[in-house]
Design a protein around this ligand. Structure first.
Ligand code: AN7
Length: 327
């Protein structure tokens, strides 16, 4: 990923804290000639979060922070824990009690993070981190949450890789939306490719949420200027079980500017898509990462996407993250 350093807003003397993230495979679907899966499960800790974390932890170290803190539905905490260990920083993670997939909690503990389990959902865990650390940033404890702009800068490299791997810009990119940062980050990446003159095309950005946790979808549908929050979000896809996503406006900006759209899919459709990826394609993902295929099916059925269009599904996390899914 650091081969794109010139496209990242870092000074030349900054020494990356890296585990070799990025350069993940773009796997062609066996069943549809123009469908591709960007397999982010191939990152060092098994999710796309590593792309943002390498950059954010690099900056934390550069500015002399001693510890990092983050609230997470799981993958961010696993990634933060690993990169903090690599950087020699302490790591503190706030997790919603009972809502984090087992593999992710295991990783956070394995890499030596201090885990605080919050009685409540992700939105409440994030509120606690913001109240304790973000508003009173001391400089010693560095907040890594999605409000951190470096994370999105790292994640935009997904767009650069898709362009290089395909050799052209796809028609559609479909992304699972939770806290809503990644869809914007990928959009920013494509926009920058256009700005520097690499290409004059950009893809439509399509966001998919789970029915029981679909505040961005609802806000998009209502054409509202304020977030339509979801209290008590629920879904089998715990990674995206978020009712008040911080980056909702960024996500809607990506969708609107790119002339894309939002979709919501049921948990049953997510599990069906998870099985298809695993059994027909050999690609093992966690539930949130199957949402794009579920969304693709809906979009094709409704005529929103043509089968002749080139579509890339962002498979955000590895199957081993969540070994307790019922299918
Ligand atoms: C597998 O780890 O929010 O819309 O705290 O783990 O950028 O939030 C995870 C999010 C999709 C959604 N797929 O990305 C966290 C966290 C997987 C994820 C998302 C997440 P955003």
């Amino acid at each position: 990923m650091w081969k794109y350093k010139l496209m990242l807003p870092v000074k030349r003397d900054v020494e990356p804290v890296s585990l070799g993230e990025g350069d993940t495979p773009l796997i062609p679907s066996k069943s549809h000639r123009r469908l591709f899966v960007k397999f982010e499960g191939a990152n060092p800790t098994g999710s796309f979060k590593d792309r943002g974390m390498t950059l954010a932890v690099t900056i934390a170290k550069y500015i002399g922070a001693r510890s990092v803190v983050v609230a997470s539905t799981g993958n961010t905490s696993a990634s933060a824990a690993a990169y903090a260990a690599r950087a020699g920083l302490e790591c503190l993670v706030y997790l919603p009690k009972g809502s984090v997939a087992r593999g992710k909690l295991f990783q956070a503990l394995l890499h030596g993070a201090k885990v605080v389990e919050v009685d409540g959902n992700f939105d409440e865990a994030l509120e606690e981190v913001v109240a304790r650390y973000v508003d009173k940033a001391s400089g010693h404890v560095y907040p890594l949450n999605s409000v951190n702009p470096w994370r999105l800068e790292g994640q935009k490299t997904i767009a650069f890789e898709i362009y290089q791997q395909l050799g052209f810009v796809p028609d559609n990119v479909i992304v699972p939306v939770g806290n809503a940062g990644n869809i914007y980050a990928i959009w920013k990446g494509f926009r920058e490719l256009r700005e520097v003159g690499v290409t004059d095309r950009v893809p439509r950005m399509i966001g998919v949420q789970a029915e029981g946790a679909s505040p961005v979808f609802k806000t998009w549908l209502a054409k509202a200027d304020e977030l339509v929050p979801v209290e008590g979000p629920y879904t089998v896809a715990t990674a995206i079980k978020i009712g008040r996503p911080v980056n909702w406006l960024k996500a809607l900006t990506a969708v609107r500017e790119s002339k894309g759209f939002m979709l919501s899919v049921s948990d049953a459709m997510i599990v069906e898509a998870l099985k298809t990826l695993a059994r027909d394609e050999g690609i093992g993902v966690e539930p949130a990462s199957a949402a794009p295929l579920a969304g693709y099916r809906v979009a094709v059925e409704q005529g929103l996407i043509g089968r002749d269009e080139t579509t890339v599904l962002i498979a955000t996390g590895h199957a081993l993250k969540d070994p307790e899914v019922r299918f």
